[in-house]
Design a protein around this ligand. Structure first.
Ligand code: ATP
Ligand code: MG
Length: 237
């Protein structure tokens, strides 16, 4: 469904990603891990159209995404939850959801979509008028996910959904993500919490210094001593 092949990208003329390749099939959960500065966020920004690729191919459902604006990428059926939240703190929960649907065009279409999202996240019905900034960290992350659902994405890409959350909230957000996946939405998740991603993802891609260092089944990744040492902090002796 999402096919990335030989993509190089970066900022200005600075190349950060060097010929990165990655696939996500329909309904799949794929993880991206790698050390700080490896280029994980840069890759997601490139997929979503914030950065134009220097070379390589990005396709979604057979059609090219390279060169499309984030708005257009979203309308093709991809949701994006940026690193560090992505809710508008000074706006209400409801206003945040409305913003997620602006590309639907008519107010009626937006309201129908929001009703569907409220049914999935009953918590936000009670909190509709509350300032998003006053929600807990976990609730804000859930709101950022809920907002992507307004346009009925086939794939959601998430940049470190568990970052800076207490374990209880990490369980909650991952519970939500797994439920969305069961409903048929594919997920591409950048995650520092390697154990967590190995538990939910069928496949994992390791990025290191802007390059593919490993790609394979989660079960397979656990077997690699070097990767376990580097990314799981385990002594693989
Ligand atoms: N706006 C920018 N302009 C120039 N360089 C940038 C910019 N944003 C990131 N970089 C550089 O690109 C490289 C990759 O950054 P990126 O944020 O993609 O890494 P990451 O794998 O997401 O790291 P982390 O795990 O810390 O989130 C880093 O060397 C970073 O300094
Ligand atoms: Mg990052």
């Amino acid at each position: 469904m999402l096919a990335i092949e030989g993509v190089s990208a970066g900022y200005g003329r600075l190349e950060i990603l060097h010929k990165v390749s990655l696939d996500v099939g329909p309904g799949e959960i794929v993880g991206i891990i790698g050390p700080n500065g490896a280029g994980k966020s840069t890759l997601l920004k490139t997929i979503f159209g914030y950065l134009p690729p220097f070379e390589g191919m990005i396709r979604f459902g057979g059609e090219t995404l390279a060169g499309l604006s984030p708005d257009r990428v979203m309308r093709r059926g991809i949701g994006y939850v940026a690193q560090a939240g992505g809710v508008f703190a000074h706006m209400s929960v409801h206003e945040n959801l409305v913003l997620g649907g602006y590309s639907l065009g008519t107010r009626r279409a937006i309201m129908t979509a929001i009703e569907r999202v409220y049914a999935l996240f009953p918590l936000f019905v009670k909190r509709a008028g509350q300032r998003a900034g006053s929600l807990s960290g976990g609730e804000q992350r859930a709101l950022a996910v809920a907002r992507t659902l307004i346009v009925s994405p086939k794939l959601i890409i998430l940049d470190e959904p568990s970052a800076a959350l207490a374990p209880r909230f990490i369980d909650e957000i991952y519970g939500t993500l797994v439920a969305l996946n069961r409903s048929g939405i594919a997920l591409l998740i950048v995650e520092q919490n390697v154990r967590r991603i190995l538990d939910v993802a069928q496949r994992v891609v390791v990025l290191d210094m802007g390059r593919n260092a490993f790609a394979g089944a989660s079960a397979e990744l656990r077997q690699f001593d070097r990767i376990r040492r580097l990314y799981l902090g385990e002594d693989a002796s």
